[in-house]
Each structure stands twice: as C-alpha cells, then as structure tokens.
Ligand binder design. Sequence first.
Ligand code: ZN
Length: 322
Amino acid sequence: MKKSRMKHIFSLLLMAVVGVALIITGTKISSSNQYPHETINSNPTWTTMPSQDTSSATTSLTTIITETQTTTEDSQESSPSTVPTTSETTPSSKESTVTKPKTTTKPRTKPPKTTPKLKGAAAITFDDGPGGHTSRLLNALKQYNAKATFFVIGSGIANPENQKYNRSLIKRMVDEGHEVANHSYDHKDFTKLSDKDVLSQIRRTSDAISSITGEKPTLLRPPYGSFNRRITNLAEQEGLALVLWSPSPEDWKYKDVDYVYNYIIDHVTAGSTLLLHDIHKTTVDAFIKALPVLTERGLKLVTVSELVDLKPGDVHPSWWWR
Ligand code: ZN
C-alpha cells in the first residue's frame, strides 16, 4: 500500500517536471519564431539581401538613409557611380540579428553626421571645370550674390603658360567668395590606382590650386564618386574631407536645359549639396534660369564649407561614408 502511494507521488512529480519543461520549451520556440517575423516585416532588406548583389545593396542603402536621415535632404537619387561597393556597404550578419532594426540601421563605426550648420541654405557644386561656360556662370552667381563650390581638374590649371585663362577663372572664383576644391588631376577612378598614384593625383591638383589661390583646398571629390575606406584614409592623411552629393540631375547625361532646370527647382532644398558640371552649356543655361527661382524661395546658396563643418577624413553627405 505504501509502495503504491510512493509510486503515485513519484508519477505526479514526474508529470509536473515534464509539464514545466514543456512550458519552458514552448515559450522559447514561440519567442524565437516571433523574432524573425518582426525583423522581416519591419525591414525586409536586411534579411533578403545577398551579399554580392549590388542592386540589393543599393536598396538597402536607401533604407538606411530613409530610416536614419533627419536632415532636410529629400532625395536619395544617385547616379550609377553611387552604387556602393558590395564588400564594404553590405550590412554585416551581426546587424541582421539584432532585435530592433531601427538601431541597427545606423552605420557601422562611422564619423559624426555632417548636419548643415546653416538653416535655409544649400550648396551648389560644379565639377570638371573650369570650362568655356564658367565665366558666364560666375557672372550670374555674382548677380544673385550666390556662392558655389568648384571641384576642378588639376591638369586644366597646372600649367601657368598654357592655362592662363583657366587660372584666371580660379583666381576670380576665390576673389568672388566661391570655394575651389580638388577633383583629381585627370579624372581617374581612385579605387583603381595605387596609393602612390592617388596621392600624386591629389597633390598635383592641390599644388596647382594653391599656386593660384595661395591656399590648399580642404575638400576632395573623388571622380565618379568612386571611393572606399583606403581612399578616405589617404584623403585624411592629406588634410581633405570627401564631398559627394545629393541630389544630382545627371546633367552629364541629360543635356537638356528644361530637364535640368526642372530637376533643380524640384529637388534643391535647404541642406542639399547639388552636383552639376560647368563644362556643359545646357547645365549652365539651366542653372542660370533656376537661380532667380531658388533665390525668390529664400534659399541661400553657400559654399560646402559654409554649409557643413568638415574635418579631414569626413564624408559628406555622411550616408555615403564607407
Ligand atoms: Zn568629374
């Protein structure tokens, strides 16, 4: 009788232990099931993006921008050259397993965000010049008291004998309050050059600029917007911040005054860093047409260094950092 009672108690205890174990396991299963669904629903790109797929990486970058950007920039449009290199922009697998996607979308060990220090201001930047339309552009900028940043090509201004006209334009830019910055010596893709050659591209251009202006530039725009961490490090070493852009009408492709004009007035807002090329007549015509419209809206056009504080090695806009 005693024995069977003991057996009964033992059976009850066993059932209780098994029951508790089942409850614990069940909870764990349900919570681990719930988590991936939350992740997938709230941020699909993290879980679906193959690491070698460049187009997906772009989508993901857009997601990062959308979720982290608090500045007034309203456009994430980018030219083909803005497609990030997959190896350095693909979010790590670690990021995709963190519970709250909002916190994981913040870039890796990235420098501080380059938030515009001036309210109601935008930076207009012109690449690849100076050229045959630059003088006319400078006249219009002067008329509207607007300042711009010119990312110039070193080879076009290096020779004092042959490039007197271009050199006089650089002098005029600085005299009239514009910023002159480095856009390489002959427009090579820096990521395909050795460190030595990148430094040569940077230094020959900065030397050519300072031989006219008396001051070395502090900003570098890598040709095609092509760069990686190695280039950022070399720029930092040379005392330069990297300046990319947002937005861009891809005026090198769309040589159409109305298209570029409409793009500018539709996309340029406070905080924008607009990319244009003053070597194209259509671009200069479109910008001159847009200038009074932007001014009437109360938008102040300033240089990049007036718009944002940048240190050597910084990247602006900061979502380009890699
Ligand atoms: Zn260029």
